[in-house]
Design a binder for this molecule. Sequence first.
Ligand code: IPD
Ligand code: CA
Ligand code: CA
Length: 256
Amino acid sequence: MMPTLSFVEQLARGAGTILRDGYNSEHQIKYKGVIDLVTEIDHASEAYLLKEIQSLFPDSHVIAEESGETKGVGTGLWYVDPLDGTVNYAHHIPVFCVSIAYAFNGVVQLGAVYDPMRDEMYIAERGKGALLNGESIRASSTTELTKSLLVTGFPYDTWNTELDNFKNFEKLAKMTQGVRRLGSAALDACYVAAGRFDGFWELALRPWDIAAGGLIAEEAGARVTAVDGKPDYISTPQSILAAAPGIYEAMWKQLN
Ligand code: IPD
Ligand code: CA
Ligand code: CA
């Protein structure tokens, strides 16, 4: 049995409620790396999602950020980011979401990204367009970098890696209206889908960060690839370039 988009949406809303209800509490922060942290609410949201998925789709594989991979005998695969934007959340900055995608035979088919603080639900089913709170959304029609507003992100090993993205940031910040850093890759991709940002790139992500947002951006008419232009932006190494079609080439040139 294939899940429906409304089931994925329902999951995202349920997890989003956990994130919103826990937002004002004093968080128990644990460190996965020097600047990579996790709160008790990441775990609560993930536990809820895994329980719901496994009770209805016990055969599916699940790749979830905090608990890793749960193998299943079927060909369905879920990507679960229970809280995308954890550093914002831990600092009580209301920019975060839950991100859930479902892939079948290796292709992402369904995606939902929910921002509970703005009550914004982004959903997409492959081939059927993308919606924000039930309304169809489109990537922007911008054709010039100078008229574009972009967004990017930086990895948790940014202190120690050559892939720190700073040179790209500097270059594109000097050719555009600006480059934002919101701190939630899934929302970054959805904001491209909604035409708020004209383009998003990031160099080192994990599949759960971008499986849903990437599909939503594709279905909204954005061009979505790895930063080097290869079509697969979900397998290793997971970089993403999601842009309005009119500036995709120009962004690609600057990043390659
Ligand atoms: C992070 C956010 C951030 C991105 C990082 C991600 P998390 O996910 O999406 O915007 O720059 O690379 O790891 O840890 O908040 O789920
Ligand atoms: Ca994430
Ligand atoms: Ca996360």
